[in-house]
Design a protein around this ligand. Sequence first.
Ligand code: CO
Length: 134
Amino acid sequence: MLGRVNHVAIAVPDLASAAASYRATLGATVTEPQALPEHGVTVVFVTLPNTKVELLEPLGETSPIAAFLAKNPSGGMHHICYEVEDILAARDALKASGARVLGDGEPKIGAHGKPVLFLHPKDFQGTLIELEQV
Ligand code: CO
């Protein structure tokens, strides 16, 4: 079911400062900020030779990462995103095996303009998993 790691996501309290530290201190290429109101986050991507790192900052009053940052005030690893070929087939197979899909179970359009879903961290070793159809 799983393809490549598309990205690893890190929640941060200050996106500008995090992007600057990846650019200046780590010498990485970082994309411009992209607001995703439907997901309650603003993101940038650190582009690496083999994958990407997504830096996430809360957007709006009801951001899904606000509680995470309250527990991890300096930021921390938030999710890992795996690529799948067919997100609806993956969702149906996962649900049939008892895994919980977050939200209403319908894919939303993610930061790359492709459908994404999130899986409950308690079903996967305490790690929030994002699936992205590629
Ligand atoms: Co992501």
